[in-house]
Write a protein that binds this ligand. Structure first.
Ligand code: FAD
Length: 435
């Protein structure tokens, strides 16, 4: 990898997501050599992926070059590399560009979509975890309407305009809201010769309420907002199969749809060599102690989505969200230096800053530790928080201008089919773009 040998202890970080970047920033001025590996050369701000999928934002406004984050940090090296395996006995990481030894290793690889073993859904459905996947979804949505214009078969036309989103968490809710707004504000103008009133947006949730991780009031308000926008919310319904045309459920309900978006589950993005059964727990997350040390290893750590830290307040691990990843990255930065200096480590304590989701224009729900509120104010708070945590000044400015423009013009101008997407090409295309 052409990383110079140095007398400084070497910390290898796998993953430049929320956790990896927070850790890198914390180590920026310390006397350690840091090697950050990621299969993408950019950090992805996942909370806004749904806006890329629905033409509200260009992908480059929610992605940020990792090299730029590290600019000016002494002893820092970034390598664009996909990690395949960790060889713990030799303290070595193997990647597609070679191998590298570590003194300390931090796994911050995040999570991936969990299809719960359903191969049909995986093959025929769409995931939205990465920028390439969001662009695929954007293309598919737009292509469906172009195709709907061409067919005389009413059945087929309806299926092309029938969207099924599986999973009533924030991702499903936000995507459903955005699609409903497109249906209302954009489709009638873009496709005057198509009866776009027949387009259906279905949000399917296995449990008895959407946004189950939020308060009851947030769930019921979000549901009311969605219904006002014309989204069909199906609760206590589980999707069991999808052949590309028919969405089967465990109820007496089948959707005919050309687009199924799977937002119903994630699992840790694990790495070979750290995948022994005894190291893993629910969702394949790596068991870590209060210092983020992977069980059984003093020199290997895991942070963020991949880490399962059991505490009294979080017996099932911390939520797979940006804040736990950022806070664990920051605390680990401190602890690694303490470890190198032979000082006692400090236990991680999560500061819960709350939870929020937007449903659309002027509609959001916020559960903050002290207050719960919904509606227009919640929407402004949601926008402010997302702008604040977005990495890069340019990205903040671009996103802010886009939002103001979209708000005033009722528009989403990034509805472009830059890279056509065909379902049958899905497997090869995703391999090509390294999901
Ligand atoms: C659509 C969507 C919406 C979301 N909305 C919200 C929200 O509103 N609020 C919120 O708090 N959270 C939200 N989340 C969750 C949040 O994004 C994650 O919890 C957070 O990104 C976890 O941070 P992380 O550092 O653990 O992993 P990530 O940020 O996912 O970063 C992991 C990094 O590791 C890299 N990587 C993975 N495997 C390898 C490998 N083998 N080799 C090299 N590199 C690798 C990846 O390329 C990536 O850069 C959302 C997630 C999604 C998908």
């Amino acid at each position: 990898m052409n990383i110079p040998q140095s007398s400084l202890p070497r910390i290898v970080i796998i993953g430049g997501g929320f956790g990896g970047i927070a850790l890198a920033k914390k180590l920026s001025k310390k006397e350690v050599q840091v090697v950050l590996l990621d299969k993408h050369n950019y950090h992805t701000f996942q909370p806004l992926l749904y806006q890329v999928s629905t033409g509200g934002l260009e992908p480059d406004s929610i992605a940020y070059p990792i090299r730029k984050v590290l600019q000016g940090y002494p002893h820092f090296y970034f390598r664009l590399a996909e990690v395949f395996q960790v060889i713990t006995d030799n303290r070595k990481v193997e990647t597609n560009i070679g191998s590298i030894a570590y003194d300390y290793l931090v796994v911050a690889t995040g999570s991936k979509t969990n299809f719960f073993g359903n191969k049909n859904i995986e093959e025929n459905g769409m995931a939205m975890k990465t920028v390439p996947q969001s662009l695929n979804l954007r293309s598919l949505i737009l292509e469906n309407f172009e195709q709907a214009l061409l067919t005389d078969d009413l059945h087929e036309r309806d299926a092309l305009m029938n969207f099924v989103i599986v999973g009533g968490g924030p991702t499903g809710v936000e995507l459903a809201g955005a699609l409903a707004e497109i249906k209302k504000g954009i489709l009638p103008k873009d496709y005057p010769d198509l009866d776009t009133r027949r387009a259906q947006i279905n949000l399917v949730q296995g449990g008895d309420r959407i946004l189950p991780a939020m308060s009851e009031i947030a769930s019921s308000k979000a549901e009311r907002f969605l219904e006002k926008l014309g989204v069909n919310v199906w609760k206590n319904v589980r999707v069991t199969d999808y052949d590309g045309k028919h969405v089967a459920t465990d109820q007496d309900l089948v959707f005919e749809s050309a687009t199924l978006v799977w937002a119903a589950g994630v699992q840790a993005a694990g790495i070979k060599g750290l995948d022994a059964k005894e190291l893993l727990c629910r969702g394949n997350r790596l068991k870590v102690n209060r210092y983020n040390q992977v069980e059984g290893f003093e020199e290997i750590f895991a942070i963020g989505d991949i880490a399962h830290m059991e505490t009294e307040a979080f017996p099932n691990g911390h939520p797979m969200m940006a804040q736990p990843a950022i806070q664990q990255g920051e605390k680990l930065g401190e602890n690694l230096i303490r470890l190198i200096e032979n000082k006692p480590l400090k236990a991680f304590v999560y500061r819960d800053k709350g939870n929020m989701a937007t449903v659309g224009r002027n509609k959001a729900v916020c559960d903050l530790p002290r207050f719960k509120f919904q509606g227009v104010f919640a929407w402004f708070v949601w926008m402010f928080v997302h702008l604040y945590f977005l990495i890069g000044f340019r990205n903040r400015v671009v996103v802010f201008i886009n939002w103001v423009y979209n708000y005033i013009r009722f528009d989403r101008e990034a509805r472009l089919i830059i890279r056509p997407f065909k379902k049958q090409d899905k497997v090869s295309k995703e391999a090509e773009t390294v999901t």
